[in-house]
Design a binder for this molecule. Structure first.
Ligand code: TPP
Ligand code: MG
Length: 897
């Protein structure tokens, strides 16, 4: 950039420059800007061919991208819309101020919506279509902390009552009538569609939602339409990697159904976003580089006459030179300050405003506050073909808050306005509330028959209905195949050794063949399909490619070649787990957003799931996503060679923290089948708002036939795998529990115990310690509350009750995972838990299991130690185990090495 600046600032022959500029002007006059563009490109090309190095400039002048002459004009009643906006601004402010006058400091934000009110209003009044018989509806992602403004609009429309506004952020006492702090479909399931408040998650979701709309259209599952996704975000928010990390995908796939509106109020929470630079320029460069149509909306109409007079470009130069920190100061300190410190920099610009009063200068508005300019930008964005659009709207943070916060660094957190500031706000927006009432900051509703409300309603009628609105269930009734349809994987494999990953992929393949569900399956990978043995799907159902496969693939002579297709079903998201997850969320909420229930499977390295993209997983729960997340190559000792960063021993704990996630760690193929079938039934047929996390592994082994009657136990999290028979009186007995591949070590440990120590075991397969824990705590809670009623027995307690001996659990996850059921052991049953606490490392499975002390020898040893504590065997027996099984007594705790 500096180099470019140097070039642009050295004019060795101004006369020659003038001649060239005059020629260009003549071309523009006679043949138009396109011709001028053509000539310039040719000149650039010629210069480059002659060896000239032209530094790339991704940005344009610091003025509006759309010149006044090309602005589409709004058909709306500007004065009416201004009044409506004033009412919305007032009620949004009142909601937050009132909430913060109650005891409890409920919080809320005024300044952000104050900066974006016009951006929302123009959309609501003129652009955003609700789903109706005629249109599938646009999807709007609101900036999370602007929610008061959205509620205030719904209040005027009559959708929300006054008492609800007073229940802003009071969802416990509000019991379903309250308004959530931010957009949360979990808390307001008929209203909000997409959770956006965790910065960055809105933008990345918007991109993949846009891609998914096109996917559904290209696959012929929904008709093609001009439906759009509008995503609002802050300029500060753009620093999150998720905000900008996927923009090149949108550019590459030409997602012209996507519009980003970035509210560039130049501030974030602590202060300026780019005090020493210009965020709008920076973002323009980034988005243009990513293949987007960037529309800068910097200046409002009051600037037009000044810019028209700026024939020498001095004002433009000044605009470009001025830093965001300085722009902020101008808005904070007012007209006289701006005259002095901005216009005063050059005689030409000082002169330009000589006839304007300080108030006039103060009124020189920013683009995002000018409804005409906003309309023109939205109009251009919605008519853009072949590329996504970003609108960079310059605004004032805390607009209208005056001394209480306008353009002031701490304004983001300003939520308590004093009486003076409230009066100022009322006067500025002309709210008909008398001085005597101001103290209470009352809401103001002009009445449902008022022209304002009638206008709003008419506008929404014309656009198909109210927004935001959320669909709870898809209309189509779907039926799930019975478990018998999964026979291929409920049956044992005999001698043949396969992994649970293979079992699951077979399960997906069976679903793909289902008449009703087949086309609704959405396999998603982040460049790991081959890792999970899914490459067969490339050929079979194709990889989604919006423009088809335009090249002959290198492996086209192979049966399973890399087939890309416009109708492809697999979403190959490249190496982006965040992208894969956002894509999965789009598919997983399609039942609501597009009335098309889809069943996505996102299969990825389990370590790079909940740990890496956990915040998206959390948002997916909030959003009532339905689908399967599959943590492949899971287990700290099962993915053996890959080492510390790859070996997952804790994702289940994270999954278990999300209330509506069902998480499973199956061992055998038939367990996979049962979990799959039940999940499909609950999510697709019953339309429950849950999603599944299933870990699968890459260790190959033989799988037994499905034991009779184990289905319910698998789903509940535990079932008897092998009964040791009724113990004789006094005979030592142990209860061995396990999951994942470590269940196989448990089974082997039972053999050792019997062979070497004559101790028999009952063996339990526990596909979900999480489900067991949830059930247990639920029963415990109920019992506490119903002390005199017949007490419920937690499921796991019921299974183990009456069994003798201590229980020993081992898994490929940290101890905490299996330890979750400790509270529900029957009285007197000792419980020992083994797990893989500590950093993973690379070695063979056998060595890793020995290292983490979860192999058969360590399990048998732990069982004997527990029996010794119970007085059922001697300490000597334990020592014998240590010796015979060659366990190193002085081995350091794996947690510490
Ligand atoms: C991931 C994440 N980190 C931090 C926050 C807290 N937070 C909420 S709003 C905000 C500042 C937002 O600034 P900007 O994006 O510029 O939006 P503005 O309010 O200025 O429109 C921050 C840091 C959050 N919501 N999410
Ligand atoms: Mg900001």
């Amino acid at each position: 950039m500096d180099q470019l600046e140097d070039i642009l600032n050295q004019d060795i022959d101004p006369t020659e420059t003038r001649e060239w500029m005059d020629s260009l002007d003549a071309v523009i006059q006679h043949d138009g800007t396109e011709r001028a563009h053509f000539l310039l490109e040719r000149m650039v090309d010629t210069t480059r061919r002659s060896g000239g190095y032209l530094p790339f400039d991704p940005t344009t002048a610091y003025v509006n991208t759309i010149p006044p002459a090309q602005e589409a004009k709004s058909p709306g009643d500007a004065a009416m819309e201004w009044r409506i906006r004033c009412l919305i601004r007032w009620n949004a402010m009142a909601m937050v101020v009132r909430a913060n006058r109650k005891p409890g400091e409920l919080g809320g934000h005024i300044a952000s919506f104050a900066s974006s009110a016009t951006l929302y209003d123009v959309g609501f009044n003129h652009f955003w279509r609700a789903p109706s018989a005629d249109h599938p509806g646009d999807l709007i992602l609101h900036q999370g902390h602007s929610s008061p403004g959205i509620y205030a609009r719904s209040f005027l429309e009559g959708r929300l009552a006054e008492d609800q506004l007073d229940l802003f952020r009071m969802e416990v006492v509000g019991k379903g009538r309250a308004l959530s702090s931010y957009p949360h479909p979990w808390l307001m399931p008929d209203y909000w569609q997409v959770p956006t408040v965790s910065m960055g998650l809105g933008p990345i979701q918007a991109i993949y939602q846009a891609q998914f709309f096109k996917y559904l259209e290209n696959r012929g599952l929904i008709p093609k339409s001009d439906r759009k996704i509008w995503c609002f975000m802050g300029d500060g928010e753009c620093d999150e990697p998720e905000s900008l990390g996927a923009i090149s995908l949108a550019g590459r796939e030409g997602l012209d159904n996507l519009i980003f509106v970035i509210n560039c109020n130049l501030q974030r929470l602590d202060g300026p976003v780019r005090g020493n630079g210009k965020i709008i320029q920076e973002l323009e460069g980034v988005f243009r580089g990513g293949g987007w149509n960037a529309i800068k909306l910097a200046w409002g109409s009051y600037w037009d006459p000044l810019l028209a007079r700026d024939t020498k470009g001095v004002l433009r130069k000044l605009m470009m030179e001025t830093l965001d920190g300085e722009y902020q100061a101008c808005k904070a300190f007012g007209g006289a300050y701006t005259r002095e410190h901005f216009f005063g920099k050059y005689p030409e610009t000082r002169e330009m405003v000589a006839n304007l009063s300080d108030d006039d200068i103060w009124r020189l508005n920013r683009g995002g506050h000018d409804p005409h300019k906003v309309y023109a930008a939205y109009h251009a964005a919605s008519h853009t073909k072949g590329m996504p659009t970003v609108i960079l709207a310059k605004t004032v943070k805390g607009y209208g808050m005056g001394a209480a916060g306008e353009s002031q660094n701490p304004t983001h957190q300003q939520k308590k306005l004093d009486e003076e500031s409230v009066r100022h706000f009322r006067d500025r927006f002309q709210i008909p509330i008398g001085d005597d009432k101001l103290k209470d900051v009352p809401y103001y509703h002009p009445g449902k028959d008022s022209p304002e409300v009638q206008y709003m309603l008419e506008r929404r009628r014309a656009l198909g209905g109210f927004l935001p609105q959320r669909r709870r269930k898809a209309e189509a009734k779907l039926k799930t195949p019975e478990l018998t349809a999964f026979e291929q994987i409920t049956k044992g494999t005999g001698e043949r050794e396969i992994s649970t990953t293979m079992a699951l992929v077979r399960g997906i393949n069976l679903l793909l063949r289902d008449k009703q569900l087949g086309e609704r399956i959405v396999p998603i990978v982040a460049d790991e399909a081959r890792t999970f043995g899914m490459e067969g799907m490339f050929r079979q159902i194709g990889i989604y490619a919006p423009f088809g496969q335009k090249y002959k693939p290198q492996d086209s002579d192979q049966l399973l070649y890399y087939r890309e297709d416009q109708k492809g079903q697999v979403l190959q998201q490249g190496i982006s787990e965040a992208g894969g997850m956002a894509s999965w969320m789009a598919a997983a909420t399609s039942y609501s957003i597009s009335n098309q229930a889809m069943l996505p499977f996102f299969i990825y390295y389990s370590m790079f799931g909940f740990q890496r993209i956990g915040d998206l997983c959390w948002a997916a729960g909030d959003m009532r996503s339905r689908g399967f997340l599959v943590g492949g190559t899971s287990g700290r000792t099962t993915l053996n060679g890959e080492g510390l960063q790859h070996e997952d021993g804790h994702s289940h704990l994270m999954a278990g923290a999300i209330p509506n996630v069902k998480s499973y760690d199956p061992t055998f193929s038939y367990e996979v089948a049962v979990i799959l079938q039940d999940g499909v039934r609950r999510m697709m047929q019953e339309q429950e708002d849950i999603y599944y996390y299933v870990t699968v592994m890459n260790e190959n082994y033989a799988h037994p036939d499905m034991p009779k009657g184990c289905e319910e136990g698998i789903i509940k999290g535990m079932y008897p795998f092998k009964d040791g028979g009724k113990p004789k009186k006094g005979e030592p007995r142990v209860q061995l529990l396990g999951s994942g591949t470590i269940l196989r070590e448990v089974i082997a440990a039972a053999e050792l115990l019997e062979k070497d120590f004559g101790v028999k075991s009952d063996i339990w397969s526990c596909p979900s310690f999480i489900e067991l824990r949830r059930d247990g705590f639920d029963a415990e809670r109920w019992n506490r509350l119903h002390p005199e009623a017949e007490q419920r027995v937690p499921y796991v307690t019921g299974l183990l009750d009456g069994r003798s001996g201590p229980a020993i659990a081992a898994t490929d996850y940290v101890r905490e995972y299996a330890d979750q059921i400790r509270a529900f052991m029957p009285d007197g049953m000792r419980y020992t838990v083994l797990g893989t606490d500590g950093f993973g490392r690379s070695d063979t499975r056998a060595h890793l299991r020995e290292f983490f002390e979860v192999d058969r020898y360590w399990i048998a040893h732990a069982a004997l130690a527990a029996l010794a504590k119970d007085g059922k065997v001697n300490a000597k027996d334990v020592s014998r185990a240590i010796k015979e099984y060659k366990l190193d007594q002085d081995k350091p705790n794996p947690l510490t090495v």
